[in-house]
Design a protein around this ligand. Sequence first.
Ligand code: DC
Length: 239
Amino acid sequence: MSTTPAVIAIDGPAASGKSTVGKLVARKLGFLLFDTGALYRAVTLAALTRGIPVDDEERIEDLARSIHIDLIPATQNDGRPYTVLVDGQDVTWGIRSEAVDAHVSTVSAYPGVRQALKKQQRRIAQKGGVVMVGRDIGTVVFPEAPLKVYLDASPQERARRRCEELQARGEAADYEAILAGVRHRDEIDSTRATAPLKIAPDAQVIHTDHLTIEQVVDAIVRLARERMAHTAPSTLSRQ
Ligand code: DC
């Protein structure tokens, strides 16, 4: 039988720094980064571009089951951590738009959408050597993960970070609107019936408001080395 794959689950609310931290942790350990939010975003963008109303649960669930989503190494040198394809089309930046931000929580609350995307997530995790970033990785998708981290930050700090990100890309950023959006997504993500955002009982909680990215990354890398020394020594030393 297979041993427990080397998976680091990083969960937490919107804009808690999961993707940034996950990318750096993956780089330090020689792991792959798998940002699972990209899949939910891809389904949302596909609905918007095809004119499917986001409140039409049945059609959105059909869509999630029928489209083909790929995450592949970056195909362009424009700051992207990886390339996201939907049915072969590059949607890497489209899935980060405000329109997608506004609707992705609704789409990701549908049980049929979560079911369709869970299988693919588990298949990728089984390969091992993966940092999986999401909302329900430690609780639902990969409860056997040898290390689970829950990253938290206040809504104000998260809105401030999201503003900085948008400004860095040359986009307009309205702090109050972004803060309202963060609170709205928290509400939907943590109260939905299927796989709500919650802390796994055996997760390490890291509150990041007063920590630098480096401090958070170092803490997780240290935990990973301690925790996984027994489960996957060869994967930890992979380049
Ligand atoms: O992390 P993010 O902002 O890219 O996530 C986008 C949305 O997808 C967010 O509203 C919650 C949802 N999501 C989820 O429900 N489960 C995951 N594993 C990842 C993301």
